[in-house]
Design a protein around this ligand. Structure first.
Ligand SMILES: NC(=O)C1=CN([C@@H]2O[C@H](COP(=O)(O)OP(=O)(O)OC[C@H]3O[C@@H](n4cnc5c(N)ncnc54)[C@H](O)[C@@H]3O)[C@@H](O)[C@H]2O)[C@@H](O)CC1
Ligand SMILES: Nc1ncnc2c1ncn2[C@@H]1O[C@H](COP(=O)(O)OP(=O)(O)O)[C@@H](O)[C@H]1O
Ligand SMILES: [K+]
Length: 507
């Protein structure tokens, strides 16, 4: 699914109005109808509804929602906030329609002192500002936002299209923004809904189709995307009947050190469960038995060092290196100086895309000159802290996203920034957000599992972009299946591996 800017969404509305064709008033009716349907499904008519409406078309949606709720027997009050003397045409038309049918359900607010008393358990619908917001909320409307946010603990707040005050395409940190429990957004994700800095404002996000014209949606280029099952079905390659283990590549995994062999085992098991043909693990002496016993399907070579690895480059002479389709490096590796030196030498000798994670990323942060030596097309998988160590801190999530994308382009790498919506920046400037996964995955070792999956997909011959998009999706999907089976609390990184099978079966 593409992510459109506020300007593109306005174009999509206009395109739909011209080409469907449909009047803007009918389109508003359809958008508000989708919200009303959602509300009927989630709350019964016993809960009083207060719909706070701005003077633009977001407020117009709110006025229609009030009328549709009244039609179904809900007690709905449209509280119109006169922040401007002029209403949009569709707002005005829907105000008149509500006034004709349900005059008692209109309530005008000209100042904070007009704010109504809300009975306990009310539903608050925030239809004040949507994608038309062009600047921070100011003046007495700030007081309204504070009032609504004070009420959030005692009432359910549902934002229409965007929580009011949130800019669709830029950071709104420190700005007054309504805090919603649920956001019902139209047709496509907006960038602001995917940013961690807005998590407390958006609550749970639902994308409701309002039937914007499919031709506009398919023809309009977008830089930002959210991946989905349909996209994965185009990437996934089922195995051919005459395939043999050579077909699926031989991967080298360089991982583990004393006290962190678990990370290496998790990566190895994930790699094996994600379809690698052959796997060799390079581990320090202390890890030999651990790996052989925990991952008997993998081969194991040991470093001369006891507690950490520092010689993994040595088996990578040009003749040796070709046997490995890819290398996954980093989980539990440690950051000893000798390990960093071996990583430098490995990058001199190995030219194909690799997966770089965890301590290999921390080594990059300590020796930034190594970044430019990573083979083009490689996959980097930092969590936010690792990202900051390598690429520096930023003032907000939008700035961080730009830095992520700019680095991916400059270094010609795929950089996957982990989070609720993992952001995958590609060398061509595109960014894909992964929507699978859940907070149950915020547990030690889940990142190591991702490294194993990505290594397996590269080994099987998936192109780097296909591998990183499919890998992130499968990892989150396996996490979702694990959470459904066991709960978010009880699941572990190991159960994510156990659920990779069912995740593949769902593709
Ligand atoms: N035909 C359409 O264009 C459709 C629009 N829809 C709704 O319309 C919304 C966009 O409507 P609009 O473009 O009218 O804009 P909004 O209703 O989002 O709000 C912007 C209005 O407030 C003013 N404004 C902007 N920033 C302000 C600020 N900080 N303080 C005070 N006033 C401010 C603007 O001049 C404009 O009048 C969408 O989010 C969606 O809810 C839906 O009904 C679907 C169809
Ligand atoms: N709230 C969440 N929602 C979705 N995915 C999450 C959430 N929290 C963590 N994850 C995923 O879990 C993984 C955690 O990785 P990482 O922080 O590297 O863990 P570790 O270092 O313990 O292996 C990432 O892929 C991340 O996207
Ligand atoms: K809103």
């Amino acid at each position: 699914m593409k992510i459109f800017s506020a300007a593109q969404i306005r174009e999509a509305d206009a395109y739909t109005i011209r080409h469907e064709p449909i009047s803007s008033l009918q389109l508003m009716e359809r958008a508000a109808g989708a919200c009303a349907q959602w509300l009927y499904g989630h709350f019964d008519a016993s809960r009083p509804c207060y719909i706070f409406c701005g003077m633009g078309n977001n407020g117009g949606d709110g006025l229609v929602i009030a009328r549709l709720l009244q039609d179904k027997g809900y007690q709905a009050t449209a509280c119109v906030l006169h922040h401007s003397s002029k209403a949009s045409a569709d707002h005005q038309a829907n105000r008149e329609a509500l006034e004709r049918q349900y005059p008692q359900s209109l309530y005008d607010i000209h100042a904070v002192t007009d704010f109504p008393e809300l009975p306990a358990g009310s539903i608050i619908v925030d239809a004040i500002f949507g994608t038309g917001l062009s600047r921070p909320i100011e003046g007495w409307m700030t007081g309204i936002v504070h009032k609504l946010n004070d009420l959030q603990a005692r009432h359910t707040v549902i934002a229409i299209d965007l929580p009011s005050g949130l800019l669709a395409d830029a950071s709104s940190v420190l700005m007054p923004v309504v805090h919603a429990h649920h956001t019902l957004s139209f047709e496509v994700y907006k960038l602001a809904l995917l940013m961690p800095e807005n998590a407390a404002r958006t609550g749970q996000v639902y994308i409701l189709s309002i039937g914007l014209h499919p031709a506009y949606l398919t023809q309009t280029p977008a830089r930002f995307h959210v991946t989905d099952a349909a996209m994965m079905r185009t990437i996934y390659q089922p195995r051919q009947p005459f395939a043999h283990k050579g077909t699926f590549g031989h991967a080298l995994l360089v991982a583990g050190s004393y006290g962190k062999m678990g990370a290496a085992v998790l990566s190895a098991q994930a790699c094996l469960h994600a379809g690698v043909g052959l796997l060799t693990c390079h581990v320090p002496q202390c890890g030999y038995l651990v790996m052989q016993i925990s991952a008997p399907c993998a081969m194991c070579i040991t470093d001369p060092q006891e507690a950490y690895s520092a010689h993994f480059h040595e088996g990578l002479s040009p003749a040796e290196a070709v046997k490995y389709k890819t290398i996954g490096i980093g989980p539990g590796l440690g950051t000893a100086t000798a390990t960093a030196k071996a990583l430098e030498l490995l990058l001199e000798q190995y030219q194909q895309p690799v997966v770089i994670d965890a301590d290999a990323l921390n080594i990059m942060a300590a020796y930034p000159f190594l970044l430019s030596r990573i083979p083009p097309g490689s996959l980097l998988t930092p969590h936010p802290k690792e990202f900051e160590r390598i690429f520096g801190s930023t003032r907000n999530d939008f700035e961080r996203l730009e830095r992520l994308s700019q680095q991916a382009t400059q270094l010609q790498l795929y950089i996957l920034l982990k989070g609720r919506y993992t952001a995958i920046a590609c060398p061509d400037g595109a960014v894909y957000f992964n929507a699978t996964g859940n907070p149950g995955m915020a547990t030690g070792g889940s990142g190591d599992v991702l490294t194993g999956i990505l290594t397996a997909l590269l080994a099987q011959g998936y192109a780097p972009k296909a591998a990183v998009l499919l890998g992130a999706y499968l990892h989150g999907l396996a996490g979702d299946i694990a959470a459904a089976r066991l709960s978010q609390e009880a699941m572990t990184a190991e159960t994510i591996i156990d659920c990779l099978g069912p995740a593949f079966l769902q593709l």
